[in-house]
Design a protein around this ligand. Structure first.
Ligand SMILES: O=c1[nH]cnc2c1ncn2[C@@H]1O[C@H](CO)[C@@H](O)[C@H]1O
Ligand SMILES: [Zn+2]
Length: 450
C-alpha cells in the first residue's frame, strides 16, 4: 500500500533537515514515510504507474493543491471519556467543580458511556487535526477499543485516585497494570500505555512511588496532574511543608532515566521546580484553555522553554475546555504567555507549533511529530484556499494565529487515510453523535437522580 501526496507546502518540523518545502511531495509506503522532497528537484512525479524513471508511482495519489502538509498534532493531556460531559458544569473553580459536579457524574459512568464518549472524541480529533493523544481516565478498555476503531494513536493511562487508602490503592494499581498488560503496543503499535496517578493531592507519596516502580518494571511512562492550582500548592505546603514537585522528588519520582514522566498543567512552578524538571527531563503538558477557564493560573511556559524543559500542549478534558481543538490551544498558548509576561515576543508562533508536533509526538511515539523519511506516516493537510489563509507571509504565523481546526481537510495516521477532503472514512459520524448524545443525556439524568 503506497500513497503519494504531491503539490504540498510541506512543513516538516525537521530541525536538522528540510525545514519547509514549498513545492513538495511525500511518499508513504505501508505505515512509513519513505521519501520526502521538492518536486522541483526531481521533475515529473505524475504518480501514475508508468514505471518512468522520473516518476514516482503509488497506489493512491493525493494532489494537495498547495495545502500545507504537516505532522499531525499531538494532544498530550485529555480525558476522552469526558467528552460526554462537555458543558455539563462550567464557570466553577477546580476543586468544587470536581467535588460537586464532575466526580458525582463520573460515579454513574458506564462502559458504554466511555466507549461513545471516546469515539466522539476521536471523531472531533480527526476533524481538527489531532493524530495522537495522551489520555487518563476510567473504563480504559473502551477508550482503547475506540482508538483501535478510529485509527488514530493513543497513549492511555488509567486515572488512579486512592486518597491514602491502601486497599483502594491496590485495586487502582491492579486496574492500571491490566491496562498495560492488555493494550501496550496493540492496534499495530498505535496504542501505548502509561500509569496515571491522578495528582499529588489525591494520591499519597508512597502510592505514587509504588506506581513509579510498576512503570519502570513494565517499561512504560507515568502521566500525572501536578501543581494545577494554587490550592494544591497551599495544601502541599500546609501538609508536607513543600510543594508537590519537591514532595515527589523526595522519592526520586521525577527521575526519567528509565521511563518518561508527563506532568500535566504545571502551573504553580517555582524557578527551582523548573530547574528540576529541566535537569530530570520531565515533559510538561501545557493546557492553557483549561487553566484559563478554571482560573487556575498562567503556567510559566517561556521560562520553562528557556530553562530547557520539554513542553507539549494539551486540551484537558471536554468538561473544562470545552473542546479538543488543538488549533485553538496553540493560539491561546501564544497569547496567554504574551499577556502573562507582558512581553509580546514571548512564545512565538514556531515554538508553539513545535510544542504541538515535535515535542508532543516524541512523548507518544519517537517516530512521529516530524515529517522525514523513516518516520511513521502521521500527518494532516491544512486547506489554504480560504479567506482566512490569504495572504500567508509566514506559515507558522498562519497555523497559530489564523488557521482554524475546520481547515484540516485530510488526515493520515500510520499510513492509513482517516479523512480525505473533509470526508471521515473510518466511522459513521451521525450515528456516533446520536449515540454519544443519548449516553450523555442519560448519564446526566442518572447523576441527578442520586
Ligand atoms: O483539570 C483537571 N484537574 C484534575 N482532575 C481532572 C481535570 N480534568 C479532569 N479531571 C479528572 O481526572 C480524573 C481522570 O483520571 C477524572 O476524575 C477527571 O474528572
Ligand atoms: Zn486533566
Amino acid at each position: 500500500m503506497s500513497i503519494l501526496i504531491k503539490n504540498a507546502y510541506i512543513v516538516t518540523m525537521d530541525k536538522d533537515g528540510a525545514g519547509e518545502i514549498p513545492n513538495g511531495f511525500l511518499l508513504i509506503e505501508n505505515n512509513l514515510i519513505s521519501k520526502i522532497g521538492s518536486i522541483d528537484s526531481i521533475g515529473d512525479i505524475s504518480g501514475d504507474n508508468s514505471g518512468d524513471a522520473d516518476s514516482i508511482s503509488a497506489d493512491t495519489v493525493i494532489d494537495a493543491g498547495g495545502a500545507v502538509l504537516m505532522p499531525g498534532l499531538s494532544n498530550t493531556h485529555t480525558h476522552l471519556g469526558m467528552t460526554l460531559l462537555r458543558g455539563y458544569a462550567d464557570d466553577m473553580a477546580l476543586q468544587s467543580w470536581l467535588e460537586t459536579k464532575i466526580w458525582p457524574a463520573e460515579a454513574n459512568l458506564t462502559a458504554e458511556d466511555v466507549y461513545y464518549g471516546s469515539l466522539l472524541g476521536c471523531l472531533e480529533m480527526i476533524r481538527s487535526g489531532t493524530t495522537a493523544f495522551c489520555d487518563m481516565y476510567f473504563f480504559m478498555d473502551e477508550t482503547a477499543k475506540a482508538v483501535d476503531a478510529a485509527g488514530i494513536r493513543g497513549c492511555l493511562a488509567y486515572g488512579m485516585i486512592e486518597f491514602g487508602d491502601l486497599e483502594k490503592g491496590n485495586k487502582e494499581i491492579a486496574m492500571n497494570e491490566k491496562l498495560v498488560r492488555d493494550w501496550q503496543g496493540k492496534a499495530g503499535g498505535r496504542i501505548t500505555t502509561m500509569y496515571g496517578p491522578h495528582a499529588p493531592n489525591t494520591c499519597c507519596q508512597s502510592f505514587i512511588k509504588r506506581v513509579k516502580e510498576a512503570a519502570e518494571r513494565d517499561g512504560v511512562g507515568v502521566h500525572i496532574h501536578v501543581l494545577e492550582t494554587e490550592a494544591e500548592l497551599n495544601y502541599m505546603k500546609e501538609n508536607f511543608d513543600m510543594c508537590s514537585v519537591h514532595h515527589l522528588d523526595a522519592v526520586d519520582f521525577w527521575n526519567t532515566s528509565k521511563v518518561p514522566i508527563l506532568a500535566a498543567h504545571s502551573v504553580w512552578m517555582s524557578d527551582g521546580d523548573i530547574r528540576l524538571f529541566a535537569e530530570k527531563g520531565v515533559t510538561v503538558s501545557h493546557n492553557p484553555v483549561s487553566n484559563m477557564k478554571l482560573a487556575s493560573g498562567i503556567a510559566p511556559i517561556q521560562k520553562m522553554l528557556d530553562a530547557g524543559v520539554k513542553v507539549t500542549l494539551g486540551t484537558d478534558g471536554c468538561a473544562s475546555n470545552n473542546n479538543l481543538n488543538m488549533f485553538e490551544e496553540m493560539k491561546t498558548a501564544a497569547l496567554l504567555q504574551k499577556v502573562g509576561t507582558m512581553d509580546p515576543t514571548a512564545l512565538p508562533a514556531k515554538a508553539v507549533v513545535e510544542m504541538a508536533t515535535v515535542n508532543g509526538g516524541r512523548v507518544i511515539d519517537s517516530m512521529t511529530g516530524v515529517l522525514k523519511a523513516g518516520n511513521k506516516a502521521d500527518m494532516i493537510l491544512v486547506d489554504t484556499s480560504k479567506a482566512n489563509a490569504t495572504p500567508i507571509f509566514d506559515v507558522y504565523s498562519h497555523l497559530v494565529y489564523s488557521a482554524a481546526a475546520s481547515d484540516v481537510k485530510t488526515m493520515i495516521v500510520d499510513g492509513k487515510i482517516l479523512m480525505q477532503d473533509y470526508n471521515v472514512l473510518v466511522m459513521d459520524e451521525k450515528e456516533i453523535m446520536k449515540k454519544a448524545n443519548e449516553c450523555a443525556l442519560s448519564l446526566a439524568e442518572r447523576a441527578k437522580a442520586k
